[in-house]
Design a binder for this molecule. Structure first.
Ligand code: HEM
Length: 284
């Protein structure tokens, strides 16, 4: 091995003067990003930075998820299936990253959380506008959720608009109808702001797809991608529930809910009910 003195010399071509040119920090606005961690605890609690960074990184990934899901939905509306699937593949990786990162917050003990809890006051992830945008884009519509953002006109408008628009699944069903699949007409002209409800006639449509995958490959593949996304979403919900339970037990949440019991009920929500129901119908 060459003896370098355990030091790497900088190559001549490496730029060092950024007095007039754009640097890494300039491009990424790290001045803004890295000054946005403002612990509230007094006296300062060591673990509050973890709590803030975990939430802020989640919000950054949610921002990218919203971007990708909106694009996937719009591509489906334009019958552009292949790039829509590419978007969903990326969404799945973001979801896995979000789920994996729970292990960092799980190092926060109940006693450590208790030191921070008073400074969180009434703030809660329940008030995450981007999380609701993701849910609305996937089809979990709930008009009551929009009211939570009355104090924030931009988020309120954004969510109100998404509430009244077709979700990713709604656009997938419209795409299927344009391709000649017997999607019930009521599903193509419904009030988009209402929660999506299972339609048995649509299960029959998917049963045909799953009976002959080769004949319906693009549709079949999209169905499985959507199931992957819902599966990954449920895994995030479940990990959140577990971390909450080990941190606060059955105490009420900072957002005012019953806590674990309230979160557990979210596991009964489904984005794509027919894609799960069809599994029961596939002949053995
Ligand atoms: C120890 C850390 C955490 C605790 C104890 C906790 C606790 C809770 C509780 C009790 C709720 C129910 C609403 C309430 O009453 O506040 C909730 C909701 C929520 N939290 Fe957390 N949370 C933690 C970390 C996080 C993190 C890191 C995120 C990432 C963004 C997050 C996102 C959410 C979301 C999106 C909801 C709404 C879920 C739904 O509506 O089903 N939470 N959290």
């Amino acid at each position: 091995m060459r003896d370098t003195g355990n030091r790497r010399d900088l190559e001549d071509g490496i730029k060092r003067d950024f007095s007039k040119d754009m640097s890494y920090g300039d491009y990424l606005r790290l001045d803004l990003l890295l000054s946005a961690q403002q612990p509230q605890s007094d006296p300062p609690q060591h673990d509050e930075l973890l709590f803030i960074v975990q939430h802020q990184t989640s919000e950054l990934w949610l921002k990218l998820m919203v971007h990708e899901l909106r694009s996937a939905r719009d591509l489906l509306r334009g019958d552009d299936l292949a790039p829509a699937l590419k978007r969903l593949a990326r969404v799945k990786h973001i979801q896995h990253t979000l789920t994996d990162q729970w292990s960092v917050l799980a190092t926060l003990t109940p006693s450590e959380y208790a030191q921070i809890r008073p400074f969180l006051a009434t703030s809660s992830g329940f008030q995450s506008a981007q999380y609701r945008e993701v849910e609305f884009l996937l089809g979990n519509k709930n008009a009551d959720m929009v009211k939570v953002f009355a104090h924030d006109p931009a988020a309120h408008d954004e969510l109100g608009t998404l509430l009244g628009e077709p979700s990713l699944y709604d656009e997938f069903l419209a795409f299927l109808a344009r391709r000649g699949y017997a999607v019930p007409p009521a599903l193509l002209e419904r009030d988009w702001s209402q929660p999506y409800r299972l339609d048995p006639a649509l299960v029959t449509v998917f049963a045909e797809v799953y009976a002959s995958p080769a004949e319906h490959w693009g549709v079949y593949e999209t169905c499985e991608e959507l199931v992957d996304v819902e599966d990954a979403f449920q895994q995030w919900r479940f990990r959140h529930l577990q971390v909450v339970q080990r941190t606060i037990g059955h105490k009420t949440g900072t957002g005012g809910s019953s806590g674990v019991d309230f979160l557990r009920r979210a596991l009964d929500l489904t984005f794509f009910p027919e894609l799960y129901e069809v599994r029961t119908q596939i002949p053995q």
